[in-house]
Design a protein around this ligand. Structure first.
Ligand code: HEC
Length: 165
């Protein structure tokens, strides 16, 4: 019977054809390189909200508890945040931020650090009030008088022990 071999040949041919046409399919194009991520450029307001405000709160809460060891660390974090902000945003409304910080807040930070070093609670309270006042003086000077800072009423960081000694 010639029919059977014919069918077999046809099938085999179809397989060869399918296989070869498979190879003939164009290779998928190499995936395009992902577009580079745009840099995130934080605004002055962003940096105040994420680098300054939390540390002002933590220093206030730890200060109430006279947690001197932690205060030594966190006060320096707050001070250094001002330095980093001035490097990230050198000029704000035509004024050098480094100069604004140097005259506007660092003197009160010096008082704060002296109180922490002396482990002097009364001095700390006065110096912390001075820092907070400096925040507001600068806000007023730079047309943000409505951004009003006060000593924290409670910790916003309930997962962090700030009153340990
Ligand atoms: C050199 C001046 C200056 C000093 C010092 C300063 N700030 Fe500011 N702060 C600003 C300006 C200006 C803005 C508004 C930025 C903007 O949105 O363009 C601002 C914004 C803020 C905001 C954002 C407000 C919001 O609701 O989004 C917070 C919070 C803040 N400051 C906290 C503080 C604290 C706390 C201190 C003190 C430890 C402080 N700042 C010290 C100038 C200052």
């Amino acid at each position: 019977m010639p029919k059977r071999p014919k069918a077999a040949v046809l099938i085999a041919g179809a397989i060869v054809l399918a296989a070869s046409s498979g190879f003939a399919v164009a290779q998928p194009p190499a995936p395009a390189a992902p577009a580079p991520q745009p840099d995130y450029h934080p605004s002055f307001g962003d940096l105040m909200t994420m680098a300054v405000q939390p540390r002002h709160i933590k220093v206030g809460v730890a200060g109430k508890a006279r947690n001197w060891t932690y205060l030594t660390y966190e006060s320096s974090e707050l001070r250094n945040a001002f330095g980093r902000i001035a490097r990230t945003i050198p000029v704000y409304r035509n004024q050098k931020l480094a100069d604004l910080f140097a005259s506007g807040i660092l003197p009160s930070m010096d008082d704060l650090d002296a109180a922490i070093k002396a482990k002097d609670g009364a001095k700390f309270d006065a110096a912390y009030a001075g820092v907070t006042q400096s925040c507001n003086t600068c806000h007023a000077a730079l047309e943000h008088a409505y951004v009003v800072i006060q000593a924290p009423q409670a910790s916003s960081y309930t997962d962090q022990v700030l009153n340990a000694r």
